[in-house]
Design a protein around this ligand. Structure first.
Ligand SMILES: [Zn+2]
Length: 303
């Protein structure tokens, strides 16, 4: 049975090999470094496949001037269309009417559901988000909007309590400290990764949307950025330790650069990493050059 787990990390590009400015070089990343066979997540790293893993640097600019943005980048990942070229510019953070209508007419999640496969967004959303969503006061990101087009429901705090979803920060600490959910069970980062791997076995495509990486790229210090990247690495470790190659394909992907360059608080035009682990990794890797190649490659993989 072919399955896909997508760990989407917003605003993560391939930056310079400089520990003073690139948190991916400064941080201690044992799990990602093992995946990469000791190589670094930097701009001069070429694509490679080794054992059960492939790395591909992916073009997020897609022939369009200006800084890549989340709405067009995510919509390109979801639709397989070069959305910046289609609308004539990079756009974000939230999708315009034109981008929403592209997502509505076709996206990878709809295609998978239409083929009698199942999709799930693993994020648990707090009541404030869901109330704003249902009252129409909340603009969804392109990924959330694509998910909504399938008719599936967003996970909530009860799903999180039941072990069926994950908090935005992976552990649930933010829900306790900022949103007043004192009784939320806190997960370790390792346990959060293991939960993602296990939830991925219950559906054909499971997606987790990690948006905090972009927020830290915009607002965080270098030390917060290093901490964020090390937390991500620990989650990846939890996923990998519980993932057999035959369990399916893990895809780690981003929409545009940002966090990898702490000399700026803006997005970058750097390529973004696509990390593929498990069943079918190299054939999917070989089909990907820019963000719009991801959806067709994954649809073909699922068959
Ligand atoms: Zn951003």
């Amino acid at each position: 049975m072919r399955r896909i787990l997508i760990l989407f990390v917003d605003g993560v590009g391939l930056g310079s090999d400089d520990a003073d400015t690139n948190p991916f070089v400064a941080a201690n990343l044992p799990n990602i470094t093992t995946l990469m066979s000791g190589r670094k997540l930097v701009s001069n790293q070429q694509a490679f496949s080794y054992n059960n893993f492939s790395f591909v640097p992916v073009d997020a600019c897609m022939g369009v001037d200006g800084m890549p943005q989340s709405a067009t980048g995510q919509a390109s990942i979801m639709t397989g269309v070069n959305v910046p070229a289609y609308i004539g510019k990079h756009w974000g953070p939230k999708p315009s009417e034109e981008i929403r209508s592209l997502l509505q007419s076709d996206n990878i999640l709809k295609v998978i559901c239409g083929n009698n496969h199942s999709v799930r967004l693993a994020n648990a959303y707090p009541p404030s988000f869901l109330q704003q969503l249902y009252s129409g006061r909340r603009l969804l990101s392109s990924i959330q909007f694509a998910f909504q087009t399938t008719g599936a429901r967003f996970c909530n705090i009860e799903d999180l309590r039941g072990g069926h979803a994950l908090a935005a920060d992976f552990t649930g600490e933010g829900l306790q400290s900022h949103l007043g959910f004192a009784d939320i069970p806190i997960l370790s980062l390792d346990a959060a990764g293991k939960r993602l791997a296990s939830l991925a076995q219950e559906t054909d495509l499971l997606l987790f949307d990690c948006w905090q990486t972009d927020v830290v790229g915009h607002r965080g210090t270098m030390s917060t950025a290093i901490d964020t990247v090390e937390r991500l690495d620990a989650v990846v470790g939890g996923i990998l330790v519980s993932w057999c190659e035959t369990d399916g394909l893990i895809v780690i992907v981003s929409d545009h650069g940002n966090l990898e360059d702490k000399t700026t608080r803006r997005h970058t035009r750097n390529k973004v990493p696509v990390l593929l682990f498990g069943d079918g990794h190299s054939s999917v890797a070989n089909a990907i050059n820019d963000l719009s190649d991801i959806a067709p490659a994954l649809i073909k993989y699922l068959g």
